[in-house]
Structure formats: C-alpha cells, structure tokens
Design a protein around this ligand. Structure first.
Ligand code: DON
Length: 315
C-alpha cells in the first residue's frame, strides 16, 4: 500500500526518521495535566507510527510509550452511538457543524440551539456518550472497552488515577453536563454520563494502537491486523466527515487547508490521522499549542501530507 504513495518501504521509514529528528528539538508548548504532580510527563516523548490498510507497520521514536486517548475517544464513541441508534436519530441529537471555538467552550450551547454543534467538542461528546446503550454503568463501560478492543486488536484499560483526577477536578465538564440536561439535550443521571465520558477519555493506548485504530477507519472499519470488523462500514463516512470538519477544533479550517486528511487530537498529546484506503497515522508528543493540539504532531502531519501528497483533494 505504501507503493500507492510512490515510495519504497525503506525510503518511507527513512523519511519518518528524518521527520522525527527534525522536530524533536521543537520544544515549545504546554503539557496537559488534570492536576499538578499527578504523573511525570516527559516533553521529549515523541513517537510516530503508520499502519497501512494491508497491515504494514512503520514506527519511529517513542511509539511504545503509553498515553491517554483523551478527546480522540470522541470519534469512537460517536461510532458507537451511530451503531446503537442509526444516523438520523444521532444527527437529530447532535449536529455536525464546526464551531470555531475551543473544545470545552460553552458559548454555542443555548436554550434555542436545540442540540450541541458537533460530536468532537465536549458539549456534543457528552451528549453522544449519554446515548451509549447498556443495562447500567458497568455494562456501558464494558461495551465501550469492547469497542476499543475491536479497533486496537487487544484489550485496553482505563487509567484509574487519571480518571479520579478528572472526576474531581473537571468543574467545567460538570457545568457542561448540567447545562445540557437543563436544555433537554441529555437525560438521566449526570454523574453516570460524566463518569462514562471521563472513562472513555482515560483509556491508555500507545502510538501503535492509535495507528491501528486509524488504519481500521481507513480500511472501511476492518482492523487490518486482525481482520475483525470494528464498526459497520456504513458509518465510516460519518466519522471521517466530522473528523475532517471538526476534529482539530478551532484549527480545523487551517488543518483541512494545509494537511487535508481527517484527523482528531487529544490533550494527551496524540493525533490520529486517516488516509482513506491507504493508512492510519498516529503521532504522539505531549507539548500542546493553545488549542490543545500536539505541536510536533501537527508539524509531522503537515510534512507527511506535503511530501506524500496526502491531501484528499490533491490531484
Ligand atoms: O474533557 C476533557 O476535558 C478531557 N478529558 C479531554 C479533552 C481533550 O482531549 C481535548 N482535546 N484536545
């Protein structure tokens, strides 16, 4: 599949190593922590992994370093809501319009807006998590972890200290959840929905896992390493569309212009990119810009897109 990019596997890995060397010294940015001194995060952790739809794997740097999936989970939770309820109902509950605001902004949720703007920002994501089906909180969490397992190819787990910290410190998400219920955009117990949202964000993965998840989306929902269908192919275009227009928050427009493939970032420092029919891309580097996107991650994706013509409108 890498041949589709008109490059040999050896020169591709040489390119990835070169990008890693080029951007490692880029030491700007702020690291996200839910509370001070909870964990040590090295600003120089920097991993890149690419997995093609035919199962080739290319890795560089700290690709084995575990990190929190955080907001990247929003894509996969959206896929679950679509599978549980179907497209029409889900779109009637959460719109698909980019906001141009920060990921945790409340500005655009008002009484007369009827539904949150999109599933990639916190308001929409919390409303989506509220739709995940299950007999109770534990069953819903198990369904979520089972969904991740299909994409990753092995079981994944919630990092308990991070979860506890986000549960106690996340006033803003509590505020969002209460406001959503006040506007009739979510129903049921706030704590249960918020717990599930924070559990979905607190799952630990590494760059290799993330690239396999991206490759699964690039491969019509079939995990290229295991052959398992992680999500019905009908929903792939819905997921990729919202990633494309809303995945990088208030940087989404510039991202589409410069990079041009669907992507999603998380404050854990991960970025997942999907080149449909070709490959999944994962970059991990904790320092973030003011919008919450990994600085090295953006650079690597921009450069990969430029070097290999990955913009989806590139002729
Ligand atoms: O909702 C939150 O505040 C976090 N647990 C996740 C935020 C996140 O990753 C936003 N992304 N850039």
């Amino acid at each position: 599949m890498i041949a589709q990019l008109h490059v040999s596997p050896t020169s591709f890995i040489t390119d990835l190593r070169e990008l890693h060397r080029q951007y490692l010294p880029l030491r700007q940015g702020k690291i996200y922590v839910s509370e001070p001194d909870l964990v040590e995060i090295n600003p120089d952790w920097f991993g890149i992994c690419i997995v093609t739809v035919d199962g080739q794997v290319y890795t560089v740097g700290d690709w084995e370093q575990p990190f929190l999936i955080q907001s990247i989970s929003k894509v996969f939770a959206y896929g679950m809501a679509l599978s549980d309820w179907g497209r029409d109902y889900v779109v009637s509950r959460v719109d698909v319009e980019p906001t141009g605001d920060a990921y945790n902004s409340l500005i655009k949720v008002e009484e007369n807006s009827k539904r949150p703007y999109n599933p990639m920002v916190n308001t929409g994501a919390i409303a989506i998590t509220n739709l995940i089906e299950g007999k109770g909180p534990a069953h819903r969490l198990n369904r979520l972890l089972e969904m991740y397992r299909r994409y990753v190819g092995h079981r994944v787990f919630v990092d308990t200290p991070s979860l506890v910290s986000e549960q106690t410190a996340g006033d803003r998400n509590w505020a969002i959840a209460y406001l959503l219920r006040n506007f009739g955009m979510i129903s049921g117990e706030i704590k249960q929905t918020l717990d599930l949202y924070l559990q979905q964000c607190s799952v630990i993965i590494n760059c290799h896992d993330l690239a396999v998840m991206g490759a699964t989306l690039a491969n019509n929902g079939v995990n290229p390493m295991t052959g398992e269908q992680a999500i019905h192919s009908d929903y792939i275009k819905d997921l990729l569309s919202v990633m494309f227009t809303c995945g990088m928050y208030d940087f989404a427009g510039e991202w589409v212009y410069k990079v041009g493939f669907p992507a999603k970032s998380g404050v854990g420092g991960g970025i997942i990119g999907v080149v449909p029919g070709v490959m999944g891309i994962a970059v991990f580097s904790p320092p973030l810009d003011k919008r919450g996107n990994s600085i090295r991650g953006i650079k690597v994706c921009e450069e990969l897109s430029r070097r290999f013509g990955l913009h989806i409108f590139q002729s």
